[in-house]
Ligand binder design. Structure first.
Ligand code: SAM
Ligand code: SF4
Length: 472
C-alpha cells in the first residue's frame, strides 16, 4: 500500500473516508417513515448517529419527513442547549499563504491580495478594540506560511491573553490555522488555547485534489485529515472540524463530517467539540463554479441533520451568512455564532464598515455590531453567553462529555450564561440592549428550577456588586 503522506502522521493513521461507500449510502431509496422515525428517536435519546443513520436522514425527500427532521432538531437543541447562544469574534492575524486553494482570497497566486501580518502591537490594539465592545472569546486565524510557526502563533496567544481594558479581557482564544505536527500542538497546548479548528473543506478526494494543487502543503489530503488526531496525541482534547459547503454535494460533506466525528470518538473517546459549516462566499481573485452551491433550504436541512447526528457537539454558524438567514436557522441547532465580525487584517480599528475584497479572505454577509446582534438575540428570547468556564475548570474532552451527557451541564451553563450576560449589560450594552436584556434575565430566573436559580442569582449578585468573571 502506498504511504498515506510523506509527513509524520498519528499512530495508526488511516484514510477513513471511503468515497464509494458514502456515495452508495446517498443513492439509497427514500427511507420508510418508520426507519426515519427510529433514527430520530435515537437522536432524541441523545445518542450520536452512525454514518448509515445520518444517511437515512439525508435521503428523506418527502416534505412531511423533512418537517419531522426540523421539528426534532428544534426540540433537541432546546433540550440540550436551551436558549443559549455562545458569542465569539474572529481575529485575522496574517494572510500570507503558501497554498493555492482555489476558493480562497488568500491563495498564493492571487496577485490582488494585499498581504499583511499584524505586529504584536497591532494585535494588541485589535484586541483592545474587541474587548472594549464586550467580546470575551476570540478565534485567531492565519494563512499557512513559514512565518506563522507554532511558536509565533503562541506568542500572539500570549499577547491576547495579556491585554486588558477596564474590567474586560479575552478569556478564551481558539485557533483556526494550518494543521501542525505533534510538537506544534504541544506548544499550542502549553499556551492555553481553547479549540483548535481545522476544516477539511471537502471530504471528496477528487474534488479535494482539484481545489488544492498537489505541489502545495494543503494538497496532502491525509496530512490534513489526520491533523486533529495528531493534536489529540499531543495532548489537546478540544477540537473543531468543518467543511466548506459549495465545493461538492452537501450531502456527501455531511457524511464526511459525521465520519470524521465518529473516527475521533472511536479512536480517542472524544468527539469534536464543534462543527463548522461555512458556505462558499465571493472572494478576491476567485471564479466560482456554482454547480454545488447550497440553497438556503438545503443549508437549513444540513444544520438540522448535523444537530441530530451529533447531539452534544457545538454547531457554529458564521457571519458569512445574512442576518435574516442566521436568525432563521439558529433554531435548528446552532449553539455558537460570531458577532461584530471584521475579517480584514486590522479591520477592528482601521476599516470602518466598508468591506474591501482585496484585504479579506471572502466577503461577509453580516457586519452588524455586537450590540445590535445582542439586542436582536435578546428580543428573540435567546440568551447570549460569553461563558468560558468549562475550559478554565478543565471540563474539556472526555471530562466535558462526562458532565454534558447526563445533563449536569445545564446547572453550570445557564447560570454562567446569565452571569456573563449581566457583565455585558452593565459594562458595554446600549440603553436599549440593557433594557431588553434585564427583562430577559428576570424572565429566565423565574423559569429556572430552584437549584439553578440559586446558583444564577448568586453569580448575578456578585457581578452587580462589582466582581467580574464569576462562574461555576
Ligand atoms: N489557512 C488555514 C486553513 O486553510 O486551514 C486557516 C483557515 S482559512 C483562513 C479559514 C477557512 O475559511 C478555511 O478553512 C475555509 O473553509 C474558509 N474559506 C476559505 N475561502 C472561503 C470562501 N471563499 N468563502 C467562505 N469560506 C471560505
Ligand atoms: Fe491559505 Fe487557508 Fe486560504 Fe487555503 S484556505 S489559501 S490555506 S488561507
Amino acid at each position: 500500500m502506498p504511504a498515506l503522506s510523506t509527513m509524520a502522521l498519528s499512530d495508526g493513521a488511516t484514510d477513513f473516508i471511503d468515497d464509494g461507500r458514502l456515495a452508495d449510502l446517498l443513492h439509497g431509496a427514500e427511507p420508510e417513515p418508520a426507519r426515519l422515525r427510529a433514527v430520530i428517536a435515537k437522536s432524541m435519546a441523545k445518542q450520536d448517529l452512525d454514518v448509515d443513520e445520518a444517511a437515512v436522514l439525508l435521503c428523506a425527500r418527502a416534505p412531511e419527513l423533512i418537517e419531522e427532521i426540523f421539528d426534532a432538531a428544534r426540540r433537541l437543541k432546546q433540550e440540550i442547549y436551551g436558549n443559549r447562544i455562545v458569542l465569539f469574534a474572529p481575529l485575522y492575524v496574517g494572510n500570507k499563504c503558501v497554498n493555492d486553494c482555489y476558493y480562497c482570497g488568500f491563495h498564493r497566486s492571487n496577485k490582488d491580495a494585499i498581504r499583511r501580518t499584524l505586529t504584536q502591537d497591532e494585535l494588541r490594539r485589535q484586541v483592545e478594540a474587541l474587548v472594549s465592545k464586550g467580546q470575551k472569546r476570540l478565534i485567531l486565524v492565519w494563512g499557512e506560511h513559514p512565518d506563522y510557526a507554532a511558536s509565533v502563533m503562541a506568542e500572539c496567544v500570549r499577547t491576547v491573553y495579556g491585554t486588558r481594558v477596564g474590567h474586560g479581557e479575552i478569556r478564551r482564544v481558539n485557533i483556526n490555522a494550518a494543521p501542525l505536527d505533534h510538537e506544534g500542538y504541544r506548544i499550542m497546548k502549553d499556551v492555553g488555547i481553547g479549540t483548535y479548528q481545522i476544516f477539511h473543506e471537502t471530504y471528496h478526494h477528487e474534488t479535494y485534489a482539484r481545489m488544492h494543487p498537489a505541489h502545495t502543503r494543503k494538497g496532502d489530503y491525509a496530512w490534513r485529515l489526520d491533523g486533529l488526531s495528531r493534536a489529540f496525541e499531543a495532548g489537546l482534547d478540544d477540537m473543531g472540524i468543518g467543511a466548506l459547503f459549495g465545493l461538492y454535494d452537501w450531502r456527501f460533506e455531511v457524511l464526511g463530517l459525521v465520519s470524521h466525528a465518529r473516527h475521533l470518538q472511536d479512536r480517542y473517546n472524544v468527539g469534536p467539540h464543534t462543527i463548522s459549516f461555512p458556505r462558499l462566499r465571493p472572494a478576491s481573485g476567485v471564479a466560482f463554479d456554482s454547480r454545488y452551491f447550497v440553497s438556503d433550504a438545503d443549508f437549513a436541512r444540513l444544520i438540522a441533520i448535523l444537530r441530530l447526528a451529533v447531539p452534544y457537539t457545538g454547531l457554529i454558524l458564521t457571519a458569512r451568512e445574512r442576518p435574516e438567514l442566521r436568525r432563521e436557522v439558529m433554531a435548528f441547532g446552532v449553539s455558537q455564532i460570531d458577532a461584530g465580525s471584521r475579517i480584514e487584517i486590522g479591520g477592528y480599528t482601521e476599516a470602518g464598515d466598508a468591506q474591501v475584497m482585496e484585504r479579506e479572505q471572502f466577503s461577509l454577509g453580516d457586519v452588524r455590531s455586537l450590540d445590535r446582534i445582542m439586542c436582536e438575540l435578546l428580543q428573540d428570547g435567546y440568551i447570549p453567553s460569553f461563558c468560558t468556564a468549562c475550559y478554565r475548570l478543565g471540563r474539556t474532552g472526555e471530562d466535558f462529555m462526562s458532565h454534558a451527557k447526563p445533563g449536569h451541564i445545564k446547572y453550570c451553563c445557564s447560570p454562567n450564561a446569565l452571569s456573563t450576560l449581566t457583565e455585558y449589560l452593565i459594562d458595554y450594552a446600549s440603553p436599549e440592549t440593557r433594557r431588553v436584556g434585564e427583562q430577559l434575565v428576570r424572565r429566565t430566573l423565574a423559569e429556572m428550577d430552584e437549584k439553578q436559580r440559586r446558583l444564577a442569582e448568586g453569580l448575578i449578585r456578585r457581578i452587580e456588586a462589582g466582581e467580574r468573571d464569576a462562574y461555576v
